[in-house]
Design a binder for this molecule. Structure first.
Ligand SMILES: Cc1ncc(COP(=O)(O)O)c(C=O)c1O
Length: 390
């Protein structure tokens, strides 16, 4: 068939050499996936079972990332989402019905709590917030209609490390599934499935991406029935991942080991330095005794990552805390974490019910890959700034 140049723009006969091999996974961009014939066309979402049908359900780029996260977490199935918060909402929307009840730790990542208190409430799903240190005592909060026990360990900002095996045992005794937000450990430093967790999720945005330039999430399970509920829900929710972001995350994975190990030692050195400062009441780093649940971290985790908090001595005004944060030169002010740049934020924690009485004195750090000495010098000079204030 002869083609005009306009048709050649869409249906080209140009040829390139075959056989190129690269170390990098190609970025397959695509909404449409081609079928050999109309009778072969269908829109089944499970690309592992039926092959490729539609870009929303997976491309070789996104499925490779999913498979690699699954391998690292020792799961059976991983579904990618466009962000960590979307992984949280997918789990709830896929697995809950009107009339169900969930348990959420009071230390949970705030948008997780907000989902429960807004959208889930509107859909007739009730939530009880529990003390993250409750352990086996969670049994008393499990109701007839409780379906999910959410865990996040360590908790956001206040860093409580949870007794996951005790929570799992209590939940499973009453047929409740356990979900863990395992972002802090990059899905690696805590082997969630070995500790009995049923569903893990991560914000790949953090350590897997590792450079603060993408948003992705993952949900991983062992159970076939859970996978089918999650996959079917994701199809109709239509939350697609960007193949470009997946490609960046695949690149991020290759340096995860060296980044995590450098960040771990730097964060620990900085946490210990802060613990020795008279201005600081408490350092909330899971590897330090001062962190609630330190004993569970020691028992269950393979190491620590680079996010931790500290609490100024009582009496320091919020204004002075803000002055300290703003005086930092290397630590930048911003949300999210897990990248190579150190970050800082202070919080007024008592505005959230059920949180410890640290009020406005709590500051969270994300330690990046700058020199530890320079980061300590930065903290030192910012502490000196507030010391000089009346
Ligand atoms: C513990 C935790 N889980 C989930 C999320 C949400 O991830 P994302 O920003 O990719 O939506 C965050 C983000 O800060 C987080 O800190």
């Amino acid at each position: 068939m002869t083609k005009t140049w306009k048709t050649k723009l869409i249906h080209s006969d140009a040829k390139i050499p075959e056989g190129y091999k690269s170390l990098a996974t190609p970025v397959y961009r695509g909404s449409t996936t081609l079928f050999p014939s109309v009778s072969a066309a269908h829109n089944t979402w499970d690309q592992w079972r039926v092959g490729y049908t539609y870009g929303l359900y997976g491309t070789p780029t996104s499925l490779e990332l999913a498979a690699r996260i699954c391998e690292l977490e020792s799961g059976k199935y991983t579904i990618l989402t466009p962000g960590g918060q979307n992984a949280i909402s997918l789990i709830n929307l896929a697995l809950l019905n009107t009339g169900d009840h969930i348990l959420v730790p009071s230390s949970v990542y705030f948008p997780n709590r907000k989902l429960a208190s807004t959208l889930l409430t509107r859909f007739g799903i009730t939530t009880t917030y529990y003390d993250p240190m409750i352990g086996a005592g969670i049994s008393a909060f499990i109701q007839e209609n409780t379906r999910l026990l959410w865990c996040e360990s360590p908790g956001s900002i206040t860093m409580e490390v949870q007794d996951i095996p005790a929570l799992v045992a209590a939940a499973h005794a009453k047929n409740v599934r356990v979900v863990l937000d395992n972002t802090w450990s990059a899905g690696i430093l805590l082997d969630a499935f070995a500790h009995g967790v049923d569903i893990t999720m991560q914000a790949l945005t953090k350590y897997i991406g590792g450079h603060s330039d993408l948003l992705l999430g993952s949900v991983t399970v062992l159970d076939d029935a859970l996978y089918h509920r999650l996959g079917a829900a994701q199809q109709v929710l239509g939350a697609a991942v960007s193949p470009d972001d997946c490609s960046l995350a695949l690149r991020g994975l290759q340096t995860l080991a060296v980044r995590l190990s450098a960040i771990e030692s730097s964060a620990l050195a900085i946490a210990k330095w802060l613990a020795a400062r008279p201005e600081i009441e408490l350092v909330l780093h899971p590897a330090l005794h001062s962190c609630p649940g330190h004993e569970f971290w020691k028992r269950d985790f393979l190491g620590s990552s680079g996010v931790f908090s500290f609490v100024f001595e009582p009496g320091l005004s919020q204004q002075k805390v803000h002055t300290f944060v703003d005086a930092l030169k290397l630590f930048r002010v911003g949300y999210s974490w897990g990248g190579v740049a150190s970050l800082v934020l202070s919080y007024d924690i008592n505005r959230i019910p059920g949180r410890p009485g640290y009020d406005h004195r709590i500051v969270r750090l994300n330690i990046g890959l700058e020199s530890t000495e320079d980061l300590i010098a930065d903290l030192d000079q910012a502490l000196a700034v507030i010391q000089k204030l009346p």
